[in-house]
Design a protein around this ligand. Structure first.
Ligand code: IMP
Ligand code: MG
Length: 177
């Protein structure tokens, strides 16, 4: 996409290299286990598929969808649009998220998961905006720590657009894209 109102911050190549490193680490850390890996729709979809393809474990994949950003970049109320189907009691659960911002989305979801008595719950986030955290949520695996503004691509959207970009870009002027 040729657009002067966005700036590429992570190339496709940089992303793919990092995702493989994360997958390798997860494979080592969960050796001997059969984790349930949950994709947080829609944003984590590309990260999730790239990640699980590179994890060498007998895993189960699941999908959940929570909605908090109603439109553009403003936060609204939390809603569980689609829940996981798999039983997770006694299982090791790894949540795969696109970006942890305030942390409210994951805090809400983890509370719900813990009621089902999993053996463990960990977080693997493609991006972490640590300085914007409002609740006590810490990612166990992080692709990249970022401190830039609103980002799009590699699954992430601005008002439901630009998810399909294979790279990550910062939105410089939201009124122009
Ligand atoms: P939180 O509940 O504030 O942590 O928000 C997390 C969710 O907000 C992520 O899963 C994204 O869907 C969305 N989000 C936060 N920052 C960005 C961004 O820079 N670009 C796209 N989506 C974002
Ligand atoms: Mg999301």
């Amino acid at each position: 996409m040729d657009n002067k109102y966005i700036k590429v911050v992570l190339s496709e190549r940089t992303i793919q290299k990092r995702v493989k490193q994360l997958a390798k680490q997860i494979t080592l850390d969960y050796a001997g286990k059969t984790p349930v890996i949950i994709c947080m729709l829609k944003g984590a979809v590309y990260f999730f598929t790239d990640l699980v393809k590179n994890i060498d474990l007998p895993l189960t994949i699941e999908f959940a969808r929570l909605s908090s950003y109603k439109n553009g970049t403003t936060s609204g109320d939390m809603e569980l649009v689609a829940d996981i189907k798999e039983k997770i009691e006694g299982k090791d659960v790894l949540i795969v998220e696109d970006i942890v911002d305030s942390g409210k989305t994951l805090a809400y979801f983890i509370d719900m998961l813990k009621k089902k008595n999993p053996a463990s719950v960990k977080i693997c986030a493609f991006l972490d905006k640590m300085e914007r955290r409002e609740v006590n949520i810490k990612s166990d695996y992080v692709g990249f720590d970022i401190d830039c503004g609103f980002v799009i691509g590699y699954g992430m959207d601005y008002a439901e657009k630009y998810r399909e970009l294979p790279y990550l870009a910062e939105v410089l002027d939201p009124t122009k894209i």
